[in-house]
Design a protein around this ligand. Structure first.
Ligand SMILES: [Zn+2]
Length: 378
């Protein structure tokens, strides 16, 4: 959904990037004069932002009144599903009133009027459901019938404090909701993501899996392993699959997460060979290992930040290579020896550390720190 949100925004506004960085975490200026409309043939047309929200030509339907239909593409369908979210994120300061939907955009500070006045609002105020704000004026003044409900009275009272749209005021100014709940003319995809994503409680081991120097595909496997979500044989059997329970790495134990990481003699040999070069007595078991790593900077070990980073990389690369080896033995009958897997881990770490710049606070690079502890073959 988030990607469609960004996709929608990119299509709807020709944003200008105002700072370098990842597209998904950048901050983009809202360009009020740009957007697209959805035509009957379901093509997306870049045009005015105002058109996007309020085109009234009979051959076209504005985004706000367009209903879901089998004729629409999946992209447009997903964008239509975002309508309920948009009303919380979008506000508008009235300029000439020629690009703002009267009913569906919060331009008066009371939220979208269709929510305040209900489905009968357009009939009672004699303002069409597809109207723009400029259509609710006559000779430079608001054109409204007498209020007939408390909600209408509230709206009329608010209207007295809003000056009618005027060409001299320029284009309407669209604003986007920020993390601070204020509205600004910039769209920040990072802040938007923070507002729409589901927030789960932090787990104690997250810094052992997700860190700046991590390799994403290694982190992903380690993340699954920490949560016990890899399809290990014990889980497959619990789902009713008829598979042998034994570990393919050592042929002795029962394959579980606890066994693979790192109770299995095969796995333990690889993990301990590298981790023990940094600090003595590395534990087995992912949770004890995460505690062991994350407390390493405290006394009595007072380890350097570089060695913590390297051991975290060793952990996630070992998880990845062991899981890959397990899969290779099951699905392709290819078996690698423990020594060969250690060589593979060493090469993987060297490649990764070589690509990382040195820390300004440290005189030696991560790779130099690695070689200070590990010279493979042992
Ligand atoms: Zn085993």
């Amino acid at each position: 959904m988030y990607l469609y949100f960004v996709s929608w925004w990119r299509r709807a506004s020709r944003w200008t990037r105002t700072q370098a960085g990842d597209d998904l975490h950048g901050e983009h200026e809202l360009r009020p004069a740009t957007s697209f409309t959805v035509e009957a043939d379901d093509e997306l047309h870049c045009g005015g932002f105002g058109e996007f929200f309020g085109d009234l030509k009979t051959s076209r339907k504005s985004f706000w009144v367009l209903e879901d239909s089998q004729r629409l593409s999946r992209t447009v369908k997903c964008m239509l599903k975002l309508k309920p979210l948009l009303k919380n994120f979008l506000q508008c300061e009235i300029g000439n009133g020629k690009s703002v939907s009267f009913w569906f955009v919060n331009w008066c500070g009371l939220g979208p009027l269709i929510d305040l006045l209900g489905a009968s609002g357009p009939r009672q105020l004699r303002v069409h459901k597809d109207a723009l704000v400029s259509h609710a004026t006559l000779d430079g003044d608001w054109r409204m019938p007498a209020a007939r409900s408390n909600a209408q009275q509230l709206f009329m009272a608010k209207l007295t404090s809003i000056s009618p749209p005027n060409d001299l005021k320029g284009d309407d100014l669209f604003l986007w909701k920020r993390l601070s709940c204020t509205f600004a003319k910039f769209f920040s995809s990072k802040e938007t993501w923070q507002q729409i994503r589901h927030h789960s409680p932090l787990v104690s081991w997250h810094k052992a899996v997700w860190f700046k120097e991590a390799v994403p595909r290694y982190s992903f496997i380690a993340w699954l392993a920490f949560q016990g979500r890899l399809p290990t044989k014990d889980r497959l059997r619990s789902w009713g699959l008829d598979v042998p329970a034994s570990c393919v790495l050592c042929s002795n134990g029962i394959e579980t997460h606890h066994h693979l990481f790192f109770d299995c003699p095969f796995s333990a040999t690889i993990w301990e060979a590298f981790a023990a070069k940094f600090w003595p007595s590395p534990p087995s078991g992912l949770l004890p290992i995460s505690v062991w790593i994350l407390q390493a900077r405290s006394p009595p070990r007072a380890a350097s930040s570089q060695s913590v980073t390297i051991v975290k990389l060793i952990l996630q690369a070992a998880c990845y290579l062991i899981w890959r080896e397990r899969n290779a033995r099951i699905f392709t009958n290819d078996a690698t020896t423990s020594a060969a897997l250690q060589a593979s881990l060493d090469r993987t770490l060297r490649d990764r550390l070589l690509s990382l710049p040195g820390s300004p606070s440290s005189s030696s690079s991560l790779l130099a720190s690695y070689f200070g502890c590990i010279l493979f073959p042992f």
